[in-house]
Design a protein around this ligand. Structure first.
Ligand code: NDP
Ligand code: PYC
Length: 332
């Protein structure tokens, strides 16, 4: 794969230029470009610049409102609701985090229902933002049918990621962020682009056969991680990011979608918990014992550590050259 080195500032500028050229206003272009820049910074390549053509397609097709002005409201002391105004999710999320954190500080626990939003990013930015405010965070979002429920061969569930973040005073938070599919669709697409194999169990080809060829999986379906267990968690995400927040399922999102290749309209559920209120003064010290035990085992690392290590490198990032050329074209 040929690559070109971009500084993180160039990543942001390139993303911002593509989004503004396609009609996003400053607030929306800045929120998405910031999310994309953070993804490239952390090595979340499948949710960095790789996503810009999809974001642009939704602006050009008119499916997404590039001038959305989402305003969170407190509907009960512990419940924040935000109508995303059909915008991309990053601006709405950025505007909701402080209100959600403040509700969790007041009540011990608070939830956010985000609707009419288009999510095309990794989930760790929202949970990590809560953990940076001293809260335990959980988030989930659905997508479009790409994953066959365990035992089936036809897609019904989205790749439906879940993210969990745990605050660690005087340390970076512990952050888990994972698709409930065996692999995120973005990772499969990148493996196909770069000519890599994927582990058997990632998905099925068009005839329902197990394959390690990502190009065949793109013609077929993904599988849930962990067979029936991952399938059950994916179903849980469909319910929590769907009817529970007042939004649709992945299959309903696909029915409404215009097929422009970008993210469909959907909902997101975010939970914030104050561990001091719930678990008492010893919560942080006690949690560290688990991390110490884990880190003492040879060969293991904590989830999120790869990203946080990448983050320390403030230098340039290697980006697929064809992608950069395409984006330069989109940016005009
Ligand atoms: P991975 O399988 O790469 O990683 C999942 C989690 O496991 C991460 O927290 C990762 O931490 C951790 N991890 C990976 N390897 C190890 C290891 N050896 N030891 C300990 N922890 C480990 O990610 P996925 O393919 O499942 O998902 C990729 C991204 O796709 C996610 O950011 C997700 O939010 C996004 N996504 C977004 C969707 C959307 O609709 N918006 C849909 C589906 C996915 P680390 O990052 O440090 O490696
Ligand atoms: O990688 O599966 C994925 C994905 C879906 C929406 C955004 N990312």
């Amino acid at each position: 794969m040929s690559t070109v080195a971009l500084t993180l500032d160039e990543v942001y500028q390139l993303a911002y230029a593509c989004l503004s050229k396609a009609g996003a206003d400053h607030a929306n272009a800045d929120a998405v470009a910031t999310t994309v820049q953070r993804a490239e910074r952390d090595g979340s390549v499948s949710h960095g610049l790789f996503r810009i053509p999809g974001y642009v397609a939704t602006l050009e097709s008119g499916k997404v409102n590039g001038k959305a002005d989402p305003q969170p409201e407190l509907v009960t002391p512990a419940l924040v609701r935000c109508h995303g105004q059909n915008g991309h999710a990053p601006l709405a999320i950025a505007r909701c985090v402080d209100m959600l954190a403040s509700a969790a500080n007041t009540c011990g626990i608070a939830a956010l229902s985000l609707t009419h939003s288009h999510h095309f990013a990794a989930l760790w930015p929202e949970t990590e933002a809560l953990a940076e405010r001293g809260l335990v965070g959980f988030a989930c979002v659905s997508y479009m049918p790409m994953v066959a429920p365990a035992g089936g061969k036809e897609a019904l569930f989205g790749t439906n990621p879940i993210s969990f973040a745990w605050p660690r005073p005087n340390n970076i938070p512990l952050v888990v962020d994972m698709a409930t599919a065996a692999m995120a669709m973005g990772e499969v697409q990148i493996a196909a682009r770069d000519g890599h194999k994927v582990p058997i169990g990632t998905g099925l080809g068009a005839q329902g056969e197990l394959t390690d060829d990502p190009r065949e999986i793109l013609k077929g379906v993904l599988l849930p991680f962990g067979a029936h267990k991952g399938s059950a968690i994916s179903m849980m995400v469909e319910l929590m990011a769907g009817p529970m927040v007042g939004e649709g399922f992945s299959f309903e999102a696909a029915e409404e979608d215009n097929g422009d290749g970008g993210p469909p309209q959907g909902g997101e559920f975010i939970l914030a918990i104050d561990p001091k209120v719930m678990g008492g003064d010893n919560w942080a010290e006690h949690a560290e014992k688990l991390f110490e035990k884990l880190e003492a085992i040879e060969g293991i690392r904590l989830p999120g550590q790869r990203r946080h290590k990448m983050r320390k490198d403030t230098g340039s990032r290697e980006v697929n050259i064809e992608l950069v050329e395409k984006l330069r074209g989109l940016a005009g």
